[in-house]
Design a protein around this ligand. Structure first.
Ligand code: BG6
Length: 518
């Protein structure tokens, strides 16, 4: 690996000089100085997401004045190797003009080589952090990031606690960010929560779900609770059903080994889709505080009953993509992907009908679907409203209901579909759309979800992180689906790569409802 040739200056210089409007942009949210220790720092996440996002924060003047990063991993890298990798990552994956921010503070990034299970590595980490406090003004505050495979979490947690690094006192904070997957079922999630609890208080724990860092996901709360017009309609009297779709055009690629063990239900539905569902369905919180919001989110999950095994085939559909063509090119079927056994029954698509059993939603089904190798990448929430009680313009109006569409990504925005009179002497009604687009309304470059989440963890704000009970409730529901699939005699359905999933998913929607074709 080439030696890193970067201009060095102190973190303080970079953060403070980066943006003269820093205070205004911060909106009063200033993080305390801290050192970020990334476990598994040689992995893709650090290079593609974490460090480019940190540099996005640096560019906007949002990093604290004293800041440093320690990459903790097994590989025999030097500081220079590490910095060189990160520099490449920032150039390739960072926002525009973030390379300079990295160059200006490269010195604040150091590498710490150790096995995750070696106590000596944590003792030396502690010494190193003390030294970093002196050099970079990080004031004894530590933020740990578990970016390793989950099998290493337990050992890291034990060693952090044993080395006295998990203590949050004397005005100095110790916090821990845990990457997904958070367990692979309810039992393992509970066990991981217990391990976390042995060293850390819940307020120190930040379970990441990067969907919560997306502006458009946060906008669900703004749309609902900063406006007067939506909330009165946001219930079973007016909403016929809700569709939440996360479609991806990519296949599993080189992640076949990981995906085979998780399937789309664990990879996407247990976390990202359930989180979006809670924001759509929750009651207004008393305050926009971490517990205010999460108390309401968890109530939504609690109102969803676990499935009985016998009901699962009726309430869900799972499927695998087969060979197909994409953008004019032939693509492999799931069972031909690297790391996937030829007889795999792991689902790459799942659709689920959920019922939130409370006063607000008792008669409104929520349909969730997620899939790989769909025709295009799109994440959206579609609120389908009921038809008017009496159709005056019968015959002329297409049988489309009003839909409020929250476009999470790409083409971020909100659209409302409604009927309008076609100009002319006849009374003919046609569907039209009112459309708000983030790009047009706000312009500028959208920050990656990790920017917001890293900043919030530095600030100690857990609002956009999953609390222990949320994660466990989501697993309870998912476990009941997976349990039903295990007992079912049906194999997963198939869909050709590049299509919108299996035909059987259409039958999940009853009463004349249809999946939206995004
Ligand atoms: C990750 C999943 O959590 O989310 C991936 O593990 C998936 O399989 C990714 O591709 C999707 O994220 P995004 O932000 O691209 O929608």
């Amino acid at each position: 690996m080439a030696t890193c040739r970067l201009r060095m200056s102190t973190t303080k210089d970079a953060a403070v000089q980066a943006n003269p409007l820093g205070d205004e942009l911060r909106g009063g949210r200033t993080a305390k100085p801290c050192a970020l220790v990334i476990f598994g720092a040689t992995g893709d996440l650090t290079k593609r997401k974490l460090v480019p996002s940190l540099m996005g924060l640096a560019k906007d003047g949002l990093l604290p004045s004293g800041f440093a990063v320690v990459g903790f991993a097994r590989r025999d890298w030097t500081d220079d190797n590490f910095r060189q990798e990160l520099a490449e990552g920032v150039t390739q994956f960072g926002r525009s003009d973030t390379t300079a921010a990295f160059e200006a503070m490269a010195e604040a990034f150091t590498f710490h080589q150790s096995d995750f299970g070696d106590a000596a590595g944590y003792a030396s980490l502690k010494q190193k952090l003390d030294q970093i406090d002196r050099q970079h003004g990080t004031a004894g505050n530590r933020l740990f990031y578990l970016a390793t495979p989950p099998s290493a979490y337990s050992s890291i947690l034990q060693h952090l606690a044993a080395a006295g690094l998990s203590k949050d006192n004397d005005g100095k904070f110790a916090r821990i960010i845990v990457e997904k997957p958070f367990g692979r079922d309810l039992d393992s999630a509970v066990a991981l929560n217990e391990q976390l609890r042995a060293g850390f208080h819940e307020r120190q724990v930040f379970r990441i779900d990067h969907y919560l860092g997306k502006e458009t996901v946060q906008n669900i709360l703004a749309l609902r609770f900063a406006n007067g017009i939506f909330e009165p309609l946001w219930n079973e009297k007016f909403v016929d059903h809700v569709q939440i779709t996360v479609a991806e055009s990519i296949g599993v690629g080189s992640r076949g080994g990981y995906f085979e063990e998780s399937g789309i239900i664990r990879d996407m539905i247990q976390n990202h889709l359930m989180q979006v569902l809670t924001l759509v369905a929750m009651e207004p919180p008393a305050t926009i505080s971490a517990d205010g919001v999460r108390d309401e989110k968890v109530k939504v999950l609690k109102a969803i009953r676990s499935f009985q095994p016998a009901d699962v085939d009726r309430e869900t559909v799972r499927a695998q993509y087969t060979r197909g063509s994409f953008g004019g090119e032939d693509v492999k079927g799931y069972r031909e992907e690297q790391g996937v056994p030829a007889n795999s029954t792991t689902e790459t698509y799942a659709a689920v009908r959920l019922q939130v059993e409370n006063w607000r939603w008792s008669n409104t089904p929520f349909y969730l679907r997620a899939g790989k190798r769909m025709p295009r990448r799109v994440t959206e929430v579609a609120i389908h409203f009921k038809q008017p009680p009496h159709l005056l313009f019968q015959g002329s109006r297409p049988l489309q209901s009003n839909v409020l569409l929250l476009r999470i990504q790409p083409d971020e925005g909100v659209a409302l579909r409604f009927g309008a009179k076609v100009p002319g002497p006849d009374v003919r009604i046609r569907d039209v759309r009112m459309d708000f687009r983030y790009g047009t309304a706000f312009g500028g470059e959208t920050a990656d979800a990790y920017e917001r989440l890293l900043l919030d963890a530095m600030l100690g704000d857990g609002t956009l992180f999953a609390r222990r009970d949320e994660v466990e409730e989501a697993w309870r529901i998912v476990d009941s689906i997976v349990g039903g699939w295990k007992q079912s005699k049906q194999r997963p359905q198939e869909y050709v790569a590049g299509t919108w999933g299996p035909e059987q998913a259409d039958h999940l929607l009853t009463a004349g409802r249809e999946w939206r074709k995004p």
